[in-house]
Design a protein around this ligand. Structure first.
Ligand code: PLP
Length: 373
C-alpha cells in the first residue's frame, strides 16, 4: 500500500536527533530551525523528556478517559502557574484543529449565537470545522465559503465592529501571530480593541496560540505582549514537544455543562507525561527568555540584501520575506548548508526553531544565508 500523497516531503530520512540537531541515515548532520511544523519546543530527545515518557510507559499504558487522571490535574495546575491563567480551566484534546473546533463550539454554547469572525490569511487547521475558519489560498478546502464564518482584515477594528454590531457573532478567532499566512502580527492596540469589542457585543475572543504559544514569541503566549485576556486560548503543536496533544484554556465566565465537549484520547497518560516534562524543562532552562533573546539576535543579524524585503516576527517565530520565490534558497539551505527551514507562501522563509536554539547555532544560519545571498 502507498501513502496518500497530499503534502510535499523533503527526501531526508532522520534517524537521530538531539537539541536542535538532526542526523540522517547517511550520517549527515543538520541544524533544525523548523521543528517539524513548530512542534519541537524543548529540543529533540531532551533526556528529561525521554525519561518522563519512558517511565510513564513502564507505569501505566494508554488507559484513557473514563476515570480521574492525576496527571491531567497536575498539568492543569502547572500550566495555570506557568501561563498566568490560574483561574482558567483546561480542556484537553489531541491537536490544534480540534482545539479550535472545541473553542468555536464553546463560544457558541456560551453566547447562544452561531457566527464566527476570522481574519484574512488565517490558518486554524485542516479538519472541516477548522478549515472553514481558514483563509489561505494554499489550503484546498471545499468549506471556504462556509456561511457562518466571516473574514475581516487583520488590524481593522472598525471592520470587526461592523460585523459584531449585527449581534449574531459567537466568537472572534485570531492567531497570536499569523504563521502559515506569512508571520503577520496583530498590533497590541488591535488586540486590545478586540478584547473590549467582544465584551461590548457579547462575543468570545478566541486566541489561537497553537503555533505562537508556549514561549515561542518570548512570552508564554503571544497575546500577552498586548496585555489582554481572551475568553478562550487554543493550544497544540509544541506543548508536548511532538507527542500529539492539544487543549484549550477557558475563562472562569464559562459554565461547564456535562456533554458540551468530549474526547477519547485527549489528556492520555503519555501526552500528559510529555506535556508535564515540557513545562518543567521550559522553566528549568528559561526557554521563554531564550526564545526572546536568540530571536532578537537573529533579527538584528540577518544580512541586508536587495533580495530581502523584510524580516518580521517575535522570538523564535520569524519570517524572512524575499523579493523572489524562496524555493531555491531553501533547497540550498537544506542540501548545501544542511539547515531545515520552513516556508509561508512562495516568498517567505519561516523559522520555528526549538526554543533552546543558541546564538552560536543562530550564527551558523546567519553565515549560511550570507554565503547564499
Ligand atoms: N492553528 C494554527 C495557528 C496552526 O498553525 C495550526 C497548524 O499549523 C493549527 C491551528 C492546526 O493544528 P493541527 O495541525 O495540530 O491540527
Amino acid at each position: 500500500m502507498n501513502l496518500f500523497d497530499v503534502y510535499s516531503l523533503f527526501d531526508v530520512t532522520p534517524v537521530k536527533a538531539q537539541g536542535c540537531r538532526v542526523w540522517d541515515d547517511k550520517g549527515q548532520e543538520y541544524l533544525d530551525l523548523y521543528g517539524g511544523h513548530a512542534v519541537i519546543s524543548v529540543g529533540h530527545s531532551h533526556p528529561d523528556y525521554v525519561k518522563a515518557l519512558t517511565d510513564q510507559l513502564g507505569k501505566i499504558g494508554f488507559y484513557s478517559n473514563s476515570v480521574k487522571s492525576p496527571l491531567q490535574e497536575q498539568l492543569a495546575e502547572k500550566l495555570g502557574k506557568a501561563s498566568g491563567y490560574e483561574d482558567y480551566t483546561l480542556f484537553l484534546d489531541n491537536s490544534g484543529a480540534e482545539s479550535n473546533e472545541n473553542a468555536a463550539k464553546l463560544a457558541s454554547f456560551h453566547t447562544g449565537k452561531d457566527r464566527i469572525i476570522a481574519f484574512h490569511k488565517s490558518f486554524h487547521g485542516r479538519t472541516s470545522g477548522a478549515v472553514a475558519l481558514t483563509d489561505n489560498p494554499n489550503i484546498v478546502s471545499p468549506f471556504n465559503s462556509h456561511h457562518k464564518v466571516t473574514f475581516c482584515d487583520l488590524n481593522d477594528a472598525e471592520g470587526v465592529e461592523k460585523e459584531l454590531k449585527k449581534g449574531d457573532v459567537a466568537g472572534v478567532i485570531i492567531e497570536g501571530i499569523q504563521g502559515c499566512g506569512g508571520i503577520n502580527l496583530p498590533t497590541a492596540e488591535f488586540l486590545q480593541a478586540l478584547e473590549s469589542l467582544c465584551k461590548k457585543y457579547g462575543s468570545v475572543l478566541i486566541l489561537d496560540e497553537v503555533q505562537s504559544g508556549y514561549g515561542r514569541t518570548g512570552k508564554f503566549f503571544a497575546h500577552q505582549w498586548a496585555g489582554i485576556k481572551p475568553g478562550i486560548i487554543t493550544m497544540g503543536k509544541g506543548i508536548a514537544n511532538g507527542f500529539p496533544c492539544g487543549g484549550i484554556l477557558i475563562s472562569p465566565e464559562f459554565k461547564a455543562v456535562k456533554g458540551m465537549l468530549g474526547t477519547t484520547f485527549g489528556g492520555n497518560y503519555l501526552a500528559m507525561a510529555a506535556a508535564l516534562a515540557v513545562l518543567d524543562i521550559m522553566e528549568k532552562e528559561n526557554l521563554v527568555e531564550n526564545a526572546h533573546e536568540v530571536g532578537e539576535y537573529i533579527k538584528a543579524n540577518i544580512p541586508a540584501s536587495p533580495k530581502i524585503k523584510e524580516v518580521r516576527g517575535c522570538g523564535l517565530m520569524l519570517g524572512i520575506e524575499f523579493n523572489e520565490e524562496v524555493a531555491p534558497i531553501r533547497k540550498a539551505l537544506l542540501f548545501d548548508k544542511h539547515i531545515f527551514t520552513g516556508v509561508a507562501g512562495k516568498n517567505m522563509v519561516r523559522l520555528l526553531a526549538p526554543l533552546c536554539l543558541t546564538k552560536q547555532q543562530a550564527d551558523v544560519f546567519i553565515n549560511a544565508l550570507k554565503e547564499l545571498l
